[in-house]
Design a protein around this ligand. Structure first.
Ligand code: SF4
Ligand code: SF4
Length: 501
């Protein structure tokens, strides 16, 4: 059954520009000459290379692992030889260069042997999670959070619903739409695997109403398989209906409170691309070495959805889209609203890359830097905010450097959707202020944390010294008492003069 319910507060009805790529089947891509893997991720996590210069690596071989508790594995997307690590431009909003691990491919696609796949119904939830971890799967919707961590028991003990995010609300992006049109059976199998790992039964797939082919494809497959525990729910084509918290509310009516996570309201949310990666890991034994990316924008001769090896430089993909088309204003990774501008097209595709937008001046005219005027307190930004914040207040305190106050107005609840930016008549780049304010607040928290830690260490040291002094004095007192006692005993046992005679 398909039905609609719940509505979104705020949001924008944007021109989707989806027709550029929606009707084009996903194509395979050629092996690039080199694959580029940054050793620093967008989240700031650092990866440790497990191979060295000159090593030959096979397709699917683990080549790096993030340092830290989550330990996400990175696999070679093709066979070849490890080159000297180099500083390269990476997929990061800062535009800074970072150390990258580089594979010069040999064109042989020689792969690591894979274990004979075991049917998922024969696997325990813990075994499924282990396989998802071994496959290096992270959320492919953009956040890149490790999937095995998201579905571990301590985070999912009270979960009763798996929400699948098929609401591709950002303009231009159609990779999940195409996956649902072309791979409904595999997506349903991936969902079955996740339900087994979570030991729950209920799943709701949220798809935007302007994706009729995807809705039809998923619905038909659910009916063909006779699954009544998986539902397709149509959500309004309103940006940002595909935001995790917004979608959960639209599908279940459950609001995720501030400072909490979807798991706290009994929901785990996964993106369509992630579900596909889970299918490939469990049924094919394939690590996350490729994903579907939308290459789009009027700046490309032939926009496409493509199966892309992780690490492929963007310039290789542009070539396979027929090259650039006229004047290019910006190269954006991610969507027009939440994406970020890339320094050049040598940057490699990461696991979190869902779209490369090659934008012409016309496409970014509205977002181009225009002269900023003072805030006129019109309140338009608050009207469109899907999180019910008061962006003008956050902006006021952010620009004044009062990050504590901007936090009290919900700075960290801002999902950086950019709706307020779009409607602001004063052209204030609100999200830029919010991002900067968040970074400063995080740094301050770190500094405060470091200062508190240093203070704690000093106090502990003082306490330890005082204790040692007390113990020393106590030992001294006891020793003194013992000596006095010994002396007394010695005096008592000395033979007296009468005895001597
Ligand atoms: S960017 Fe933040 S403040 Fe602006 S509309 Fe989106 S959630 Fe609200
Ligand atoms: S939309 Fe712009 S001008 Fe209007 S209140 Fe918000 S920040 Fe101020």
């Amino acid at each position: 059954m398909i039905f609609k319910r719940w509505t979104l507060d705020g949001g924008l009805d944007l021109d989707g520009h989806k027709d550029l790529s929606r009707q084009r089947p996903i194509i395979s891509t050629a092996i690039p000459d080199e694959l580029v893997y940054p050793l620093v991720f967008r989240s700031g996590e650092v990866a440790r290379a497990l191979v060295k210069t000159g090593d030959r690596v096979l397709k699917g071989q683990v080549i790096a692992e993030t340092v830290g508790t989550q330990g996400v594995l990175l696999h070679a997307a093709s066979s070849g030889y490890i080159q000297e690590n180099e500083l390269r431009a990476i997929a990061h909003p800062s535009g800074l260069k970072s150390l990258c691990l580089i594979i010069a491919t040999d064109g042989l696609e020689e792969a690591c042997p894979v274990d004979e796949p075991v049917h998922y119904t024969q696997l325990l939830p813990i075994e499924i999670r282990a396989k998802i971890h071994q496959a290096g799967i992270v959320g492919l919707g953009g956040a890149g959070f490790p999937t095995a961590v998201k579905i571990r028991p301590e985070s999912s003990c009270a979960v009763d619903t798996l929400v699948i995010n098929g609401a591709e609300c950002e303009p231009y992006i159609t990779c999940d739409d195409r996956l649902m049109q072309q791979y409904p059976e595999q997506i349903l199998l991936g969902i079955q695997v996740l339900l087994r790992a979570l030991t729950i039964k209920k799943c709701v797939i949220g798809i935007e109403e302007d994706m009729p082919e995807a809705i039809d494809s998923m619905q038909k497959e659910i009916e063909r398989q006779g699954f009544d525990h998986i539902q397709v729910n149509v959500v309004p084509a309103l940006y940002p209906a595909g935001g995790e918290r917004q979608l959960i509310y639209l599908l279940t009516g459950r609001e995720t409170p501030n400072n909490s996570y979807p798991v706290d309201v009994g929901v785990i949310c996964q993106n369509i691309g992630t579900v596909m990666a889970v299918y490939q890991a469990i049924f094919k034994g394939q690590a996350l070495i490729e994903r579907v990316v939308t290459l789009t924008g009027l700046g490309l001769k032939t926009p496409q959805n493509m199966w892309v090896r992780i690490g492929t430089p963007i310039k290789d993909l542009v070539r396979q889209c027929g090259g650039y088309n006229g004047s290019i204003e910006r190269l954006i990774m991610g969507g027009l609203m939440m994406g970020f501008v890339l320094p050049d097209d040598s940057v490699g595709i990461t696991k979190a890359t869902n779209c490369i937008l090659v934008a012409t001046p016309r496409e970014v005219a509205k977002t181009r830097e225009t002269e900023m005027l003072p805030c006129i307190r019109c309140g338009e930004c608050a009207t469109v905010c899907p999180v019910n914040l008061l962006p003008q207040q956050i902006y006021w305190y952010s620009q004044g450097g009062d990050h504590d106050k901007s936090q009290s107005f919900g700075l960290f609840d801002c999902i950086e959707c950019g709706c307020c930016d779009v409607v602001c008549p004063s052209h204030i780049p609100l999200v830029q202020y919010f991002r900067a304010s968040k970074s400063k607040a995080i740094l301050k928290r770190r500094d405060d944390g470091a200062a508190a830690l240093a203070k704690q260490r000093f106090e502990n040291q003082q306490l330890r010294k005082a204790q040692e002094k007390m113990e020393r004095e106590q030992r001294f007192r006891l020793k003194k008492l013992a000596l006095v006692k010994l002396k007394k005993e010695g005096a008592g046992s000395t033979p007296n003069a009468a005895d001597k005679s």
